[in-house]
Write a protein of this length. Structure first.
Length: 236
């Protein structure tokens, strides 16, 4: 596989890691590699991949680079993953890049997952090119104003798409009050209840497990699925 000519289309990438354990949602526990694309339209205070977008804390000229599709694919397949997850940052910020369809085509023989914050409309090309999508709308504790983190019209569209496609919704919560907020968002935007997953916010096992114990019962009572942040529970 060639690395591409100087004029080859490229994507802005923070890195490709794997094998790793997928941490939340219906794909929780899957052995995967993750393509971490650069850039995000949100600024979540607890983001575990802030190095992909936060230039106030990270030198993005060092963290990010422009990779050709062959470079990305070679690294993503190196660990022979069960699935390849395109994440970020917010990967859909790059779906209009000429390299995007090339990446999807190059990975077409494999299971491709996509993680998005749900604020951007997916293109038809994106929907056709991936195997499944995890949409993760952000709640108030993420720090951004409601108008930035919840795009109502777009979230309604995601709900409609989930009626016929493999699309799940993963909400990161801190307490029982957040479960009530999720219930409202689900009802207002018409998200399929069976497709909604609740995960505890946290980056260290003690915090994740403590919050999981406190919110699991309320999440189940509300009709939601529950998934731990497995990636945060694994100490390497």
């Amino acid at each position: 596989m060639t690395e591409g000519t100087p004029g080859s289309p490229r994507l802005t990438v923070a890195g490709v890691v794997g094998p790793v354990i997928h941490g939340q949602g219906a794909a929780s526990g899957r052995r995967c590699s993750v393509i971490q694309l650069g850039g995000c339209n949100l600024t979540c205070t607890w983001c575990d991949s802030a190095f992909t977008w936060d230039n106030s804390r990270f030198d993005l000229s060092r963290e990010l680079a422009n990779w050709t599709v062959p470079q990305i694919v070679r690294q993503a397949l190196l660990c022979e993953p069960a699935a390849i997850v395109i994440s970020g940052g917010e990967p859909l910020m790059q779906q209009n890049n000429p390299a995007w369809p090339n990446l999807l085509a190059a990975l077409a023989a494999h299971e491709i997952g996509l993680e998005t914050n749900g604020t951007i409309v997916p293109s038809t090309q994106t929907l056709r090119g991936v195997s499944w999508i995890t949409v993760s709308p952000k709640l108030a504790h993420a720090g951004d104003p409601a108008w930035a983190r919840i795009n109502g019209d777009v979230l309604v569209r995601w709900g409609h798409l989930a009626q016929r496609m493999d699309i799940d919704f993963s909400f990161v919560v801190r307490d029982v009050d957040d479960i009530a907020t999720v219930s409202t968002l689900v009802a207002v935007h018409g998200l399929p209840l069976s497709r909604v997953w609740i995960s505890p916010e946290g980056t260290v096992p003690s915090v994740v497990l403590g919050r999981l114990q406190r919110i699991a019962g309320a999440a189940l009572a509300a009709g939601f699925n529950v998934s731990p942040r497995l990636n945060a529970l694994v100490v390497e």
